[in-house]
Ligand binder design. Structure first.
Ligand SMILES: Nc1ncnc2c1ncn2[C@@H]1O[C@H](COP(=O)(O)OP(=O)(O)OP(=O)(O)O)[C@@H](O)[C@H]1O
Ligand SMILES: [Mg+2]
Length: 241
């Protein structure tokens, strides 16, 4: 099983758009199964349609939907640690890891996996809010990403003014460099949109930066093919891109 953890420079930056698109592109690139997961989600109403967990389940390929759909689901649209506190519970990173692994293990193992390394199983895990959004008083989404190692880290930010700071601050604070930074185009582009990826490379903020246009998928399709070729070895998850 090859695992991708999707982190954000903040909330609403495009993590779900990027995650669901990448899940579909992995399937298109030849993955035997792709499981999209959202372990913690707040702001969840009675109608599951359109929630991050449901969108990821809908995009998933050749897998059962996770049970339950999320490990922690909260109605209040606030930080997970605040929502958990209001609900009288505590989010534990170890529980989230166990929930992810259990659902990954629940995926069928196609017989071709052992024969053709390109046909392998992938999971894509969207974290909540920004990389350092608190899950509890002492843990953040970055701790979850670390606990889910070995895996590939995808950091999503906006392709807009301020992103040079946001990506620099996030990558510096993370324990290791993300395997890829994905800049998702905002609804209203600004003067920096389209320039930020090159600038990040020039400043040495990241080794690989992908620009995603509004409604775009092509760069993620290319990445899916690249990672499939490089990392698709069942039970030997990737450590480096
Ligand atoms: N490249 C893009 N093309 C089209 N729509 C996009 C793109 N990036 C983001 N969006 C849209 O912008 C909105 C916010 O993005 P999204 O929900 O993916 O952010 P998020 O980081 O997952 O937010 P949250 O922190 O709430 O999980 C959504 O309506 C999403 O569909
Ligand atoms: Mg989301």
């Amino acid at each position: 099983m090859a695992r991708v953890v999707v982190l954000g420079t903040g909330t609403g930056v495009g993590k779900t758009y990027v995650s669901t698109t990448f899940v579909r592109e992995l399937a298109r690139a030849g993955a035997a199964s792709v499981l999209g997961l959202k372990p913690v989600e707040s702001g969840v109403s009675d109608d599951p349609a359109g929630t991050d967990a449901q969108l990821l389940a809908d995009a998933s390929f050749h897998v059962k939907p996770p049970t339950p759909l999320r490990r922690h689901s909260f109605r209040e649209p606030v930080s997970p640690h605040l929502a958990a506190r209001a609900a009288g519970t505590t989010i534990k990173v170890a529980d989230l890891v166990e929930w992810v692994v259990t659902n990954e293990d629940d995926c069928p193992l196609p017989y071709v996996t052992t024969l053709i390394s390109q046909y392998s199983r992938w999971s894509v895990i969207e974290t909540a809010g920004g990389a350092f959004s608190p899950l509890s008083d002492t843990t953040t989404c970055a701790d979850l990403a670390e606990a889910l190692e070995p895996c590939l880290w995808m950091l999503v930010g906006r392709d807009a003014l301020g992103t040079l700071h946001d990506v620099a601050a996030t990558t510096r604070a993370l324990k290791r460099v993300p395997d890829v930074v994905v800049l998702s185009a905002p609804e209203a582009p600004d003067a920096s949109t389209g320039t930020n990826a090159n600038e990040m490379l020039r400043l040495g903020l990241a080794a690989r930066v992908i620009e995603l246009s509004r409604g775009g998928s092509r760069p993620l399709a290319n990445l899916a093919t690249r990672w499939m070729t490089k990392h698709s070895r069942d039970d030997s998850p990737p450590t480096k891109s």
